[in-house]
Design a protein around this ligand. Sequence first.
Ligand code: FAD
Ligand code: SIN
Length: 544
Amino acid sequence: MNTECFDAVIIGTGAAGLTIALELADQIQSDSSLTEKPKIALISKGPILEGSTLYAQGGIAAVLDEDKDTIEHHIRDTLNAGAGLCHQDSVKFAIEHGKEAIQWVIDKGVNFSREDDSDEYHLTREGGHSRRRVIHAADATGKALSEGLLSQVKNKPEIKLFEHHLAVDLILSPQNAKQCVGIYLLDTQTNQVMEVPAKFTVLATGGASKVYLYTSNPDSSTGDGIAMAWRAGCRVANMEFNQFHPTCLYHPKAKSFLISEALRGEGAQLKLPDGTPFMHKFDAREELAPRDIVAQAIDYEMKRTGSDYVHLDISHKPEAFIKEHFPTIYKRCLSFGIDITREPIPVVPAAHYTCGGIMTNLDGQTDLKHLFALGETAFTGLHGANRMASNSLLECLVFAQASAKKILAQLPNTQHHKNIPQWDNSRVTGSEEGVVVTHNWDELRLFMWNYVGIVRKNKRLSLAKQRVKLLRREIDDYYRQYHINNDLIELRNLAIVAELIIDSAIQRKESRGLHYTLDYPYKDDKQFLCDTILVPSTYQKPPI
Ligand code: FAD
Ligand code: SIN
């Protein structure tokens, strides 16, 4: 039994988790109403920086050049990309706080790329943006951001880091099942579970794109936060809107390597393998159409021509420009024998971003008392039916800062909970059937790719539903009988998220944004101009 109690336990060390940890620590230091030294636990299930943030390339969208851009333009572009489902209050809130959030990051010591001939920041463009407004650190923005914030976190004595620790489930108060009082935490190196009591719990666990066979995301994106919150009784929304990034490197040895949309922002063109451009056939904005349109166009052309990939070509730009703006992509492609200054890059779409998630308000508060959700795991309403490029890191920063304020306001009047229920593993044994877990991982991700991918159909969705129900039953049986480990917990979470995606996709009998189905190929504003909200209590729980 762990006896250490925390004021806040933050699960996740991406942009969202690092930001709220720092904001809490900074503001706590300057708050004289707090008499005791507060304590924050910051947890990552893998190496400390492993998560989508580390791999973010393009940058962070915000209105920074007020001569050439306006808040209204950024709002309008976001609403257009979101295909009618963005929440206006959330969009306005995120975008109005964008400049302040970027300044906060700069003040933390993060360096962004500047124009060659001046001290001005270089702003790039991506799909859906009508203006140049994406601030970036060459093509490795996430690395600069996460390393910069982590170096600050390491100087804060109030933050205790737990690396290689996996949050298994939320602990609910035995007196009030609508209140979160901490988490069960698995040390993945010893396989021991401990209780971590906390006044406030923050889920900043990232997205769930690992539910698909091909993804741009690192292994950590298994939807743990969404599944934990769902099991604990939180509503989730818009899980059918899974974003497929149009351009991931196609190469047998390249696992999940993204070719940033910023290449298209700087003039790269999509072509068939025979060199024929095709985007003009699909949208007047061509390569700079929002992602749903570009990914569907590529999918269409690949199926039409029977090709395994299409090409993305930036080789017409000067070599020095390419090497300066895209050093990471240049080097990585070269390591596979592709010189992007001279030849096109073979690319395919891959699962990239989870637009849906745990429902929160503008302060990051969920349906449970003292439970917050931030970043890709949350559903704030910002992205609607399709996230615009580089609005995600913006969301992480802005909503983490708002949540920190809310937690600090409530902290002086919040007590630690006594009598935390202990983890019980008295009825489980060790397993020698690890193959069950590996097999189910592979099967789940394959049928999600084939049946619940870029283009959907009723028949495929109902086949996926049957498969996932069976799989969930097998996984739950296994979970009840054997000691848990990292892979089993992630698989259990992925299976829940898969079912939430399938159910949401089945409910939306229209095509909108990232949800495209051949059975209902058009938007239906009369019936479906609304979020798909799933409520745990209306679901039949699998037998325990
Ligand atoms: P993450 O950065 O994914 O971090 C999740 C954290 O949660 C990790 O620390 C992980 O270890 C931890 N975690 C998860 N589950 C558990 C658990 N059970 N227990 C303990 N810890 C757990 N967006 C942009 O705005 N601009 C871009 O340029 C951009 N480029 C991208 C490029 C790539 C290749 C990818 C994959 C995404 C990109 N995105 C971009 C999207 C953006 O990076 C993510 O949406 C964002 O970084 C998510 O941040 P996060 O803090 O919510 O989660
Ligand atoms: C990219 O650089 O293309 C990714 C940007 C994003 O996902 O926001």
